[in-house]
Design a protein around this ligand. Structure first.
Ligand SMILES: O=C1CCCN[C@@H]1CCCn1cnc2ccccc2c1=O
Length: 485
């Protein structure tokens, strides 16, 4: 039948897999961890890309394209940056029947691809800042449980790589980019996120510090890193000799950043907003924002109904909405309602003989099922209002749900109880790495260990004498903890 087999609150994993397939976003592929991204996904990706690309262009960041392949010796250039990741690197070892002289890696990220050329291109301070971005795919041959959008062996992302003369410029850009990531989640995908800084243990090992936007999936009680914006410091400048002659004629190393968001954003959207009828799309990113469906009754002026549907789509398109009509004569209106609900279209317009006679249309919201009759006369105004209301309601509902999952704790027992209750835990921490490692060790289990998610920039007051939840030592900061993807 048309409906879903699995319910979101009963069988989340199977529900998710069924939704991404039945909504025609994903097709499973015969290589594990690889997925086909169908047009229903790509139009969403393109809306986000259009926004982000325009924003980085305003920052004078230029798009480039670097090769997919990187040689072994360049990849190994930075030991501690690569050590933990080495098992995930995919290698090309043959062409046709013949072995390659030296194996070639497929990029898992592009620092080592790009930075030898940053070194070549950056000579004097007039070559700075150098700010490049690329929209591409990367490959990470992970072995942990693959999940469409969330964890796949190949994914699409943008990776920004910038170089500055001063730390101040780098620090500022890290936060400018992080704000764009917050907008992608909160203003486009209607998903609340926490902006913060990763711990020394969780940060990108090759960098100086990592900032991130952290989302949360209430159904699984897991945090998920939404996007990252790293300051690399001068670490890679040292490794790749990226120096410049500063305005005092001295030789100085550049300060670098790198930042990315990926198609994982789309998976978080499915998980947060989806329901037991299928996908629920925030209007800002919906491939189709309004679907118009004719409801013919016997032979009651069917032509007039169909032409009313077409002119309604025309009017909505002229007003800038992504509107379609489903005029197929081999499916019933009821079938079409379920189909477009499964695909998550935010607003449905039904036009039948009665609506025609009253010169009105019936609109039905996907987020809460509310129905209302709208005069044809001010349809465009009403649709605009309703779509922005849906966008706002989706964000508010997701924020309320996420906030209900946040638990503030002060002791280890409270922490364990909250963890088992699938919470996103805010706890006072002494900021010692050994203590963080100890939390991971003490919470190991088949659901995975708890880890620090981020230290939110927005710090609640920390009363004098507050003790660390895990070590009992004097706490230095409030940090979010939880199980994660
Ligand atoms: O996040 C970002 C933002 C975009 C540019 N890259 C940084 C850091 C990537 C960290 N990383 C992540 N997985 C990897 C997998 C294999 C080899 C290397 C790596 C690796 O360096």
């Amino acid at each position: 039948g048309l409906g879903l087999t699995y319910k979101k609150n009963e069988n989340f994993g199977d529900w998710y897999s069924e939704v991404v397939v039945n909504s025609e976003m994903i097709e499973y592929y015969d290589i594990s961890g690889c997925y086909i991204l169908r047009p229903w996904t790509m139009t969403i990706w393109e809306v986000l890309q259009t926004f982000f690309d325009a924003e980085i262009k305003k920052m004078n960041i230029k798009n480039a394209y670097f090769p997919l392949f990187v040689t072994e010796n360049v990849l190994q250039k930075e030991k501690d940056h690569i050590e933990g990741f080495a098992p995930e690197v995919a290698w090309v070892t043959k062409s046709g029947q013949s072995e390659l002289e030296i194996p070639i890696a497929i990029r898992p990220t592009s620092e080592t691809v790009m930075y030898p050329y940053f070194s070549k291109w950056i000579r004097g301070h007039r070559d700075l800042p150098l700010k490049l971005n690329q929209w591409c795919n990367v490959v990470r041959w992970e072995f942990s449980h693959p999940t469409p959008f969330i964890r796949s062996r190949e994914f699409l992302w943008q990776e920004g790589h910038t170089a500055f003369a001063t730390q101040a410029e780098a620090d500022q850009e890290v936060l400018e980019i992080l704000e764009l990531y917050r907008k992608i989640y909160e203003e486009f995908l209607a998903i609340p996120v926490v902006k913060g800084r990763k711990s020394e243990l969780e940060k990108f090992a090759g960098g100086y510090y990592t900032t991130s936007v952290e989302a949360f999936i209430p159904n699984t009680g897991r945090g998920i890193q939404g996007a990252t914006s790293h300051c690399l410091g001068q670490n890679f400048a040292k490794m790749f000799q990226i120096n410049f002659e500063n305005d005092k004629g001295e030789k100085a190393m550049v300060w670098q950043n790198s930042w990315a968001y990926s198609t994982r954003t789309i998976g978080v959207m499915v998980m947060v907003h989806g329901d037991d009828k299928g996908l629920v799309l925030p209007p800002k990113v919906a491939s189709v924002q309004v679907i118009v469906i004719p409801v013919p009754f016997k032979d009651a002026n069917t032509d007039a109904i169909f032409s009313a549907c077409s002119s309604t789509v025309q009017a909505l398109r002229e007003a800038g909405f992504r509107a379609e009509a489903d005029l197929r004569d081999n499916y019933s209106p009821g079938w079409k309602y379920s189909h477009w609900e499964m695909k998550g279209v935010p607003l449905r317009i039904e036009i039948g003989p009665k609506d025609l006679a009253n010169n009105q249309v019936r609109v039905v919201r996907r987020d809460n099922g509310a129905k209302s009759d709208i005069p044809m006369g001010n349809l465009v105004e009403k649709v605009k209002e309703i779509l922005s209301s849906i966008q706002e309601c989706l964000f508010n509902a997701a924020k309320q749900k996420r906030d209900a999952c946040i638990k503030v704790v002060n002791t280890w027992d409270e922490f364990i109880a909250a963890l088992n209750d699938k919470k996103m835990i805010l706890a006072p921490w002494c900021d010692e790495e050994e203590v963080e490692k100890d939390v991971k060790a003490r919470t190991k289990g088949e659901l995975g260990a708890a880890k620090s998610l981020c230290t939110p920039f927005d710090q609640p007051r920390l009363p004098e004498g507050t003790l660390c939840f895990a070590s009992g030592k004097p706490a230095k900061k409030w940090t979010y903890w939880g199980r994660s993807y």
